[in-house]
Design a protein around this ligand. Sequence first.
Ligand code: NAP
Length: 329
Amino acid sequence: MAHSIRKVAFIGTGIMGAPIAGHLLDAGYALTVYNRTPEKTDSLVERGAHRAASAAEAARDADVVFTMLGYPTDVEDVYLATDGLIRVAKRGAWLIDLTTSSPQLARDIHDAAEAWDKHAFDCPVTGGQQGAKLGTLTLIAGILEKDAEPVRPLLDTFSSKIFWFEQAGAGQIAKLCNQVSLAASLTGAAEMLALAEQAGLSPQLVAQMVGEGMGGSAQLSRVAPLALEGDWRPGFLAEHLRKDLALALEAADDLQLTLPVTETSFNLVDMLCRVGGSRKGTQALALLYTDEPTSTAAGLDWSLADGDQQDEIPPSPARQRYFTGTKDL
Ligand code: NAP
């Protein structure tokens, strides 16, 4: 069956989506791309992808549609709006969401797809921008391995490992577990650098020592060199980590579980976002521990610190539309 998959659509060609789509192109699939900001598809179009004018146009003929969007609200709109994927994709098509998004939304999309004779599953990723470029991402799939067999060759073009969590939404829950652990090591790395610096030690040397010992982590290895160089450009946007931690806290709350370290990490990342760091990389968390002239020179504005806290993922009208009148779409 896999050999019959030729036409692939990719929606959301940002930091992660563009290199992932590039691997599908390199593997010889006929690729149609769509991104809200069209210029972000330019490099793929130059390499032979077809550019669509809307998500619906991209998906209409595709055997497989990948989405790599920013927020659950984006996912809801692209899948569940009147001209969303659930309705416009062809019967039997595969709809694979790579976005880090809401577990409940993933279950809703899966169920809606079944009702419309399509296959949908959540498949968030980890491995960062570098993993996307190298095609070595780890995939966290909310489907049985045997059920995903028809699309396995496509997943293999951009991953080196797939964990199968077997149920719709379970991929997203597992990804949130990853983010909970990531946030603790990220804040640990930022605080380690602050303590070393304040104590008059070489932060480079301390980072090297910690990295080679039991205090090391993937976050420390990635974040410390960037923070020490003052490179705040995004590989992983601070506002996306903020979204992930809000989702993790929401999931924990539903399970009557308290995650105090994650709450603290959320508050720190939220502060970074509120003072102008939302579009910086997560390594910019280290700026919260620097003096004001340093953080201001890096583009933060502490006068914004008392602004409104946005601690909820905003609801999407598309989802309401879909679930209040399913077959009315
Ligand atoms: P990004 O660069 O912001 O990419 C998201 C893309 O989706 C943007 O290009 C955006 O378009 C597009 N988009 C959003 N809504 C759309 C819509 N309705 N129609 C068409 N295009 C739409 O972010 P990213 O870093 O690639 O991350 C994508 C997702 O992966 C996030 O959920 C993130 O949490 C997760 N993730 C990121 C990393 C990482 O290291 N970066 C690692 C693992 C997982 P615009 O350009 O118009 O905004």
